[in-house]
Design a protein around this ligand. Structure first.
Ligand code: P6P
Length: 337
């Protein structure tokens, strides 16, 4: 019988990986794990409690907010406020960042960015949802946090992870030393290590894209999608980034949300969707780029809610897509010259 390793035990065990770790990051990760359990409780009974359905408010990206979004946002903010380790928050649900006053004059040194409930369009149809988070060390010296504390490149993340509220509830995270997954055991209320050292397959059987937007893609991307079909790849697309990327991490494949005619810069947000998920994919041995071929983690954010195109997944498939698109764009140039 394998010994159970809980998230708390694992975090403390791995704290030894960081000789100068003073336990703040450990505390922060444990508080995020607590928030995940609280959100999970409500997500799992959303059909029974009147938290279905839309509010009459829009979030910073102009998307109508679902009640469960607000619930998840408030729980995460509450847990992070109580942690005493977080000095500022940026959330998909808040137009601006939220400074967190320090507790007992603790000089908290981490800021947290998150999408509290990713895939909220799936809430009312009982399809899996996610929470995405990233943790940075503040760059400002002291006092109240400033915008620059949040507008950091993804390659400055000290930790990132997601919670997947699916057939089971999982928390997957990395502090830059590999990726590990924990499955919630409701009978003991603990996240237990279930996916040690997740490593993405070099290639895979799936491509993941919203084919319904086909007519909005540019010609090279349309040709690449035909190429995927010609290779006999299966199409898997849930419409929740956490779910589609988690499957890609476990089974291999490529997840793409390209620039479209309605979202010329892409739809997904750089700070709290693409950067944390790219950090995890790279830590698992994969690649994550924009459709302009930039490494996502090297992109300098200029605003909290900015969007980017993204393609991430198995390294051989991302490389192959890069080569294909470069050739297709070159052919397009010749044809239109
Ligand atoms: P579309 C969910 O709203 C989300 O932000 C991501 O989780 C998901 O990958 C994407 O948008 C789905 O967008 O245009 O395919 O519905």
């Amino acid at each position: 019988m394998n010994q159970i390793v809980t998230l708390d035990e694992f975090i403390i065990q791995r704290q030894k990986d960081f000789p100068f770790a003073t336990g703040e990051l450990t505390g922060l990760l444990r508080d995020i794990g607590l928030a995940a359990k609280i959100v999970n409780r409500e997500v799992n009974k959303a059909g029974l409690v009147n938290i279905f359905g839309l509010t009459h408010k829009d979030n910073a990206s102009g998307e109508r907010v679902q009640k469960l979004d607000i619930y998840a946002n408030e729980r995460l903010i509450g847990c992070l406020k109580n942690s005493g380790e977080c000095c500022g928050i940026a959330s998909e649900e808040n137009k601006t960042f939220l400074p967190i006053p320090s507790l007992e004059s603790k000089s908290a040194k981490y800021v947290v960015i998150f999408d509290p409930l990713d895939g909220s369009s799936n809430i009312d149809v009982n399809v899996s949802l996610g929470t995405i988070f990233g943790i940075y060390r503040r760059v400002s010296e002291s006092g109240q946090v400033v915008l620059d504390d949040f507008l950091q490149k993804g390659n400055q993340l000290v930790a990132a992870g997601y919670v997947l509220y699916g057939t089971s509830t999982m928390l997957v995270y990395s502090t830059g030393k590999g990726v590990n997954g924990f499955t919630l055991d409701p009978s003991i209320g603990e996240f237990c290590l279930s996916h040690r050292n997740i490593t993405i397959p070099k290639t895979g059987p799936y491509y993941s894209i919203n084919q319904g937007h086909f007519n909005k893609f540019d010609k090279p991307m349309q040709k690449y999608i035909h190429h995927c079909a010609d290779q006999g790849l299966g199409l898997r697309y849930v419409g929740t980034m956490v779910t589609d990327v988690h499957r890609t991490l476990v089974k291999g494949g490529i997840f793409i949300y390209p620039n479209t005619s309605s979202h010329p810069d892409g739809k997904l947000r750089l700070l709290y969707e693409c950067n944390p998920m790219s950090f995890l994919v790279e830590q698992a041995g994969g690649q994550a780029i924009s459709c302009k071929m930039e490494r996502i983690l090297d992109m300098k954010p200029t605003e909290l809610h900015q969007r980017t195109s993204v393609a991430m997944g198995s390294p051989m498939m991302v490389d192959e897509m890069k080569t294909f698109l470069k050739k297709a764009k070159a052919m397009d140039k010749i044809r239109t010259a």
